[in-house]
Design a protein around this ligand. Structure first.
Ligand code: GLP
Length: 245
């Protein structure tokens, strides 16, 4: 049995306070190393986190100008300028507002002719540049991290994945009526994520309470991929009261 650790858990009053706490942790890593390589995430939970970071940059409290980053995942089939692509999300919410250099922000390509080869290229690029100093994570309602759906193992690496029906339904809110939600993505694996020096998972809202409980108190295993964070010696979880339920 691999050794298990207890992630540090912080419960903030509400989602805004959780976002401030998360942004402060990220800024701390960058203040320690202004050229840090960060692992970044997308999703609704990250929007206020990145807004807080951008506000800290605007106040001169931290600079992200020298930082580089690797994102967790991208939808297969979406070009970088598609409004729902994760590349577009990063440009919109972080690069522009927080003064990051988009050329130093790696996101898997959703339109590579060979998605499997793109996944392998991404894993190799991360291994060459990494380890990332801090990997930021959201949490899927089914316990996924990145797009590592239930069934993903702790040694999985960047690969093409098929999204769960629940994930497709959860993410449909971001797409227009009648617009098809992608069913496949390129995602860092659980093993890729666990290679980071530190991990910070942020979850807010009552809809995440079940997944939070499974992550922290359920068995460590592929039924809840986020539970594998308990195999990492430096994992931190920031919740709001609703998610801590
Ligand atoms: C997507 C992303 C995940 C994210 C999750 C939760 O599936 N691939 O990285 O954590 O959504 O998103 P939200 O924060 O919008 O609830």
């Amino acid at each position: 049995m691999p050794q298990e650790f207890s992630p540090t858990v912080t419960v903030a009053d509400d989602a805004a306070a959780a976002a401030r706490a998360a942004a402060e942790i990220i800024a701390g890593v960058v203040r320690d190393d202004p050229r840090a390589c960060l692992g970044l995430a997308t999703g609704g939970t990250m929007i206020p986190v990145y807004a807080e970071l951008a506000a800290m940059v605007a106040r001169g409290e931290v600079s992200l100008a020298q930082v580089s980053s690797f994102n967790l995942d991208e939808y297969v089939g979406l070009p970088p300028d598609h409004p729902q692509s994760y590349r577009h999300f990063m440009n919109l919410h972080l690069a522009g507002p927080a003064g990051m250099d988009p050329a130093r922000m790696e996101v898997p390509s959703g339109i590579a002719a060979d998605a499997g080869a793109e996944a392998a290229r991404y894993e190799a690029a991360l291994a060459a540049r990494g380890p990332v100093a801090l990997q930021l994570l959201g949490l899927g309602g089914n316990g996924h991290i990145g797009f590592n759906e239930p069934g993903s193992d702790s040694d999985s690496r960047t690969r093409v994945v098929t999204l769960d029906a629940r994930t497709v339904a959860d993410n449909a809110r971001f797409f227009g009526p009648g617009e098809e939600v992608p069913r496949r993505a390129i995602s860092m694996g659980v093993g890729t994520i666990l290679s980071a020096r530190r991990i910070l998972l942020v979850a807010t809202g009552a809809g995440k309470a079940g997944a939070v409980r499974a992550m922290l108190q359920g068995p460590v295993g592929p039924d809840c991929p986020a539970s594998f964070l308990r195999l990492h010696p430096a994992a931190q979880v920031v919740l709001d009261r609703a998610a801590a339920g």
